[in-house]
Design a protein. Sequence first.
Length: 215
Amino acid sequence: ILYFGEQVSEDVSLSIQQVANGLSSYVGNLLIDMVPSYASLMVIFNPLRCDHLKVRQLIREAADSTTRKDADAQGSVITLPAYYGLDAAPDLESLAQNAGLSCQEVVDIHTSMEYRVYAIGFAPGFAYLGEVDARIAAPRLATPRKKVPKGAVAIADRQTAVYPAVSPGGWNLIGLCPLDMFNPNAKPTMPVQVGDKVKFKAIERDEFLSLGGAL
């Protein structure tokens, strides 16, 4: 596991992605997989084909060859539609009230930002996105829900995310996204990857339903 810093930041995330890009050509040969996170990169190598000394050498070479101009590390910008109606957003009113804002203002702020994909975890396709505008940041619920619907758009502290499947969860639910965040039969299996940026686009109820969303 490589540690790139103690603080989460876009610069740290870029450095992680740059090194991962430099090592990507070895996956399937010497390396089995790489798992990027907020401030670290786990490199899983095949001990039958190389040892940790060889991996350290590859990592040093990848780190030395990266630059801030590495376009691949910048990722893609992915737009996700989201329906923010109150019938899809059980925590929107309370979040807005606590923030001293209207529901529409919360939606406008949430959709005005581009969020970097810092990590994917908790469940396949669950992308941790940051950072949420401080005005609409909200702590996790005191009591997590036993069942959060698939596609729920949520906020916890300065992070936002889309639940890829029905699961327990303690984040504040402010909308629903009709798109699949994880499909094992699709290629790629997820619409976003670590290093991408996500922008939410508000849609109306009819469009949400026409895109396959369910209430």
